[in-house]
Design a protein around this ligand. Structure first.
Ligand code: TXA
Ligand code: MG
Length: 319
């Protein structure tokens, strides 16, 4: 493929039809979800799934989320515990991914699970994603549509900037409304475990279950630890300093609330707005060639937990 060969599709019947055609031929198609853009391939096609890893430059031990049109489609692939049933009823379609024991013989490529005996599934709440899943009619494996370790894309342009020429097509559905990835809960063991804070607040999940989610290091020792928790992730080009009240000389300030800054996640201090702005602002800081970035403190509650998780990864030491 040449750099120009990633086709931009409209989210209309023609565009979705062509997207489904690419998927059916083992191609890679990026599409919008309510959280971030996903890089989709048919989850049953080994070669197509391998191409995802190749296009992203992703370490092969990091498994993928399978996207489905509805809960019955997910139930054909995974065993749902009562807790999983309750979470699906409350939050699907939506920004919740569940890790569940998978049904052997369901035909999912082993490259999707990277050798684990569990599968991550979710039913996205985005008109374009749902229309594509319905028209395609099969399970779509989709990590976020960014080169591995880089910022997740929340617009079709972000996808083209990162992966243009490496993937067949991107369906342009505008900006993603939630802006951070899904919350991941491992429901495969006796007690549910929070693997990643994300678009559904942890508090809402705990209220639904009537119990506190365990953190991975509190979970039973025989449970495989969450893979892919690479320390440096979601990283802009510049160095990131967290919990900064003001910018030091030479720093570009990424603010939150009523602070002096170059870019503000939410001048009014609204965590929902900040989540939706987060990756766009990190992309903007790259476009500005910001070398040193100071970030305001973000309250660690609701969507703030997901934002802080991504910011800590952006600030982690890297090679
Ligand atoms: O919002 C989202 O979740 C987006 C959109 C496109 O749906 N997708 C996304 O995928 O963020 P990705 O691949 O960037 O992140 C998926 C995470 C990875 O950290 C991976 O390790 C974890 O899910 N994961 C996938 N399968 C797993 C499994 N069986 N057990 C534990 N963790 C798993
Ligand atoms: Mg990702």
């Amino acid at each position: 493929m040449t750099a120009a060969s990633t086709i931009q599709l409209l989210p209309d019947a023609d565009g979705l039809g062509r997207a489904a055609q690419y998927l059916g031929q083992g191609g890679l198609v990026a599409f919008p979800t309510e959280t971030v853009y996903g890089l989709g391939a048919d989850a049953r096609n080994d070669t197509a799934v391998a191409r995802i890893y190749e296009a992203k430059g992703r370490p092969s031990f990091n498994p993928l989320i399978v996207h489905l049109a509805d809960q019955p489609a997910a139930e054909a692939l995974c065993h749902f515990s009562p807790a999983a049933q309750r979470l699906a009823a409350a939050f699907w379609p939506g920004a919740l991914t569940m890790v569940l024991p998978f049904v052997a013989q369901a035909g999912i490529s082993p490259l999707v699970t990277a050798g684990l005996d569990t599968l991550a599934v979710r039913v996205p709440d985005h008109e374009v994603a749902r229309a594509l899943l319905r028209s395609y009619g099969g399970p779509i494996a989709a990590p976020s549509a960014n080169p591995s370790g880089r910022i997740s894309p929340t617009t079709a342009q972000h996808v083209v900037d990162g992966l243009g020429g490496r993937i067949d097509a991107v369906v342009d559905g505008g900006a993603c409304p939630v802006g951070v990835e899904s919350t991941i809960v491992d429901c495969s063991g006796a007690a549910p475990v929070l693997l990643r804070a994300g678009g559904i607040p942890v508090e809402a999940i705990e209220a639904c279950l009537g119990q506190t989610l365990l953190l991975p290091d509190e979970a039973t020792p025989d449970r495989p630890t969450a893979p892919g928790q690479l320390a440096s992730h979601y990283a802009p080009m510049g160095r990131v300093r967290l919990n900064a009240e003001v910018a030091s000389p030479g720093e570009v300030m990424l603010g939150f609330g009523n602070v002096e800054c170059s870019l503000n996640l939410s001048p009014s201090g609204d965590l929902l707005e900040a989540a939706a702005q987060l990756f766009g602002h990190l992309h903007r800081l790259d476009a500005m060639k910001a070398k040193q970035i100071a970030v305001s403190p973000i309250p660690d509650k609701g969507l703030g937990r997901a934002i802080n998780d991504r910011l800590r990864r952006a600030a982690a030491p890297r090679d």
